[in-house]
Ligand binder design. Sequence first.
Ligand code: 5GP
Length: 112
Amino acid sequence: MASIFSQIVEGEIPARVVYEDETTMAFLDANPLALGHTLVIPKEEYERLNDLPDDLASDLYDTLQKLIPVVEEAVDASASNVAFNNGEAAGQEVPHVHGHIIPRFEGDGGGP
Ligand code: 5GP
């Protein structure tokens, strides 16, 4: 069974896609921790960050770098938490690598 994120890649499940290229995709989190909470994934399904082949890890990093300022600007945030939950015991619920971009705002309490 393909992961829920693979089903989004295939267009089988709707998502608010904010970016897509040949190897990566980004869409809004369905249960956002903050306005603009965005998930960035490799289109190909790997469970953990350390499973990614180097070229895909590089593509994913490039997309994250590109999108962090775009996401922050879109919601007028001044910073963001960028995080990967890597493995179930670390809180990873979807077994398909994804980076969280969680916008942060001045005076919002600090810390994830
Ligand atoms: P994790 O805990 O695995 O690091 O994060 C999984 C994230 O995926 C959660 O923040 C959750 O809200 C989000 N999520 C789970 N299912 C869906 C879905 O079907 N669509 C979208 N857009 N986000 C999802």
